[in-house]
Design a protein around this ligand. Structure first.
Ligand SMILES: NC(=O)c1ccc[n+]([C@@H]2O[C@H](COP(=O)([O-])OP(=O)(O)OC[C@H]3O[C@@H](n4cnc5c(N)ncnc54)[C@H](OP(=O)(O)O)[C@@H]3O)[C@@H](O)[C@H]2O)c1
Length: 256
């Protein structure tokens, strides 16, 4: 498959799944604006991908700030001449029980995970209408199978999922597709550990009783699904919620 000439914004590209998505799309020939707050990480990613079939342009922005979101879309149009794909991947997680999570932590998570999707999609709309483009939002399988003490994160991802299905209907008349990818448990920095630390935890067995497959998920698994939705293969897919989770949503694999 090829994404040659496909113009893409990936938010949350400085680590974890977002960086994997950028690597994969650029490898398939895509032109990608890689967005996050940590500019040094984005520059390193761009250096790593020099010589790849596509092109990556690093762009520092906070996706919760309206002016920065608008500047991000303008930067993509400047660099690539338009926009075909918006990947709303940026997100954060603060854990805690309902009586232990401060207002600011809860509201900050909603801003990072939900308001950012609203603002980025709204800012990109004129360009996506022009290209009859696609929006790919990162949800989570925790919406179907909530872990303890993560209710705020679960709520934010539930909102992303519901908003995406509603927007798929609203924007379908403009030829814009809106879909959700729900990763299962994929080692990354999201829970405050480095990707290496997370992977070590998984490889010592902690995840195996929790999903059908005895494999550790990888950012590349998510990137493959993003590429499919972004390309011609996904042209008839909208309003879909796609689990890439090794069977996590099936429930506990061990006998109870
Ligand atoms: N890993 C999993 O198991 C898993 C499972 C289900 C869903 N997800 C979802 O997948 C997405 C990626 O998560 P991940 O696991 O790759 O986590 P991660 O490694 O912590 O990456 C999160 C990314 O979001 C960026 N970000 C956060 N707030 C931002 C803001 N205000 N403005 C701009 N960028 C911001 C971070 O960059 P900066 O700090 O540099 O801004 C970082 O690049 C998230 O939406 C997450 O909820 C992950």
């Amino acid at each position: 498959m090829t994404l040659a000439g496909r113009r893409v914004i990936v938010t949350g590209a400085s680590s974890g799944l977002g960086a994997h998505v950028v690597r994969h799309l650029v490898g398939l020939g895509g032109e990608v604006l890689a967005v996050a707050r940590r500019a040094d990480r984005l520059e390193a990613l761009a250096r790593e991908l020099e010589g790849a079939p596509g092109r990556v342009v690093p762009w520092r922005a906070d996706v919760t700030v309206e002016a920065e979101v608008r500047a991000t879309v303008a930067a993509a149009v400047d660099a690539f001449g338009g926009l075909d794909v918006l990947v709303n991947n940026a997100g954060s997680e603060v854990q805690g029980p309902i009586d232990g999570l401060p207002d600011e932590a809860f509201e900050g998570m909603l801003r990072a995970n939900v308001t950012s999707v609203f603002r980025c999609t709204r800012a990109a709309l004129a360009e996506l209408r022009r290209s009859r483009g696609v929006v790919i939002n990162l949800g989570s399988t925790v919406v179907s199978r909530p872990p303890r003490d993560r209710f705020g994160y679960v709520a934010s991802k539930g909102a992303v999922e519901a908003m995406s299905r509603a927007l798929a209907l609203d924007l379908g008349r403009d030829g814009i597709r809106v879909n959700v990818i729900r990763p299962g448990i994929i080692p990354s920095e999201l829970r405050g550990l480095s990707e290496t630390e997370e992977r070590a935890k998984f490889e010592t067995g902690i995840a195996f009783g929790r999903q059908a497959l005895s494999e550790v998920g990888d950012g590349r698994d998510i990137a493959e699904a993003v590429a499919w939705l972004a390309g011609d293969g996904g042209r008839f897919v909208t309003g879909a919620v796609i689990d890439i989770d090794g069977g996590f949503t099936l429930g506990a694999a061990d006998p109870i």
